[in-house]
Design a protein around this ligand. Structure first.
Ligand SMILES: [Zn+2]
Ligand SMILES: [Zn+2]
Length: 107
């Protein structure tokens, strides 16, 4: 039996209640990392900062976390990083896709 009120975190692979996940603003999508994992990603990077000073982070426009640049898609066309982190972007695209599928040829 599926428990739809829980979601499996893509980082720690544990099923957690939905309120443990960051909901993406303006969409029905939910961040694939649970809140503790999202925070841990940042803390891990911060701990590394001593040995790797060149490591840059960027604030995600969706979940608001400061994440390492490798967590963002590089947009070659605009020569900059995407304003959403990869998980947020993936969740956003999945939500958009669902909406396109569901709302096609309506209204
Ligand atoms: Zn997690
Ligand atoms: Zn994000």
């Amino acid at each position: 039996m599926k428990d739809s009120s829980k979601k499996k975190c893509r980082c720690c692979l544990k099923a957690k209640p939905l309120e443990q996940f960051h909901r993406l603003a303006g969409t029905a999508a939910i961040h694939p990392f649970c809140r503790p994992c999202l925070g841990a990603t940042v803390r891990r990077r911060t701990a590394l900062r001593g040995s790797q000073r060149t490591l840059n982070t960027r604030g995600c426009a969706q979940c608001g976390q400061d994440l390492p640049l490798q967590m963002f898609h590089w947009l070659r066309a605009s020569g900059s990083f995407h304003s959403y982190c990869r998980p947020c972007h993936a969740a956003y695209m999945a939500d958009r896709y669902r909406r396109l599928q569901g709302g096609r040829k309506r209204g």
